[in-house]
Design a protein. Structure first.
Length: 155
């Protein structure tokens, strides 16, 4: 049970962290490219909502796909792939819903292609960056420890 709560805390924490980052990213996109938001708050809160879903999706995917690996064993390109999929999860759900209601899949994908590219890129970048930062901090924490002395007999 403790493991389940730890995983849930990680999923929620990742979602909240990405919410803040995606809110800032949407603010930048709105300021630079003049995205179709009416004001600054709408851009930030929309980004935060998408970031929360994307970060949580990424954390669930990573938990399932990489469950046998420790943090230092994670490959950044694989993590980026999972992050890209997590970033596109909400848009892919909408694509499936719209296409499932009879709309031609080609037209639906063409319409949502910009969102898929932007969200996939943000997801891959945030995932790789998050794990790279965590791996770097993990190495700092382990510096100075005699890991051989900490091994259990029989390992």
């Amino acid at each position: 049970m403790k493991s389940l709560f730890r995983k849930l805390r990680g999923i929620i924490g990742t979602g909240l962290t990405w919410a803040g980052g995606w809110g800032a990213a949407f603010l930048a996109l709105w300021a630079v490219f003049g995205m179709t938001f009416d004001n600054l708050a709408e851009a930030v809160f929309t980004g935060m909502g998408f970031g929360l879903v994307a970060g949580s999706s990424f954390a669930v995917i990573l938990t399932i796909a990489e469950r046998q690996r420790a943090l230092n064993q994670l490959s950044l390109w694989r993590v980026g792939l999972w992050g890209g999929i997590g970033g596109m999860a909400l848009v892919l759900s909408v694509v499936a819903l719209v296409a499932g209601n009879g709309a031609p899949l080609g037209q639906v994908l063409t319409f949502y292609l910009p969102q898929l590219v932007i969200f996939g890129t943000l997801g891959a970048g945030f995932a790789s960056g998050s794990v790279a930062l965590a791996q770097r901090e993990d190495k700092k924490l382990l510096e100075g420890w005699d890991l051989e002395a900490l091994r259990l007999e029989g390992d």
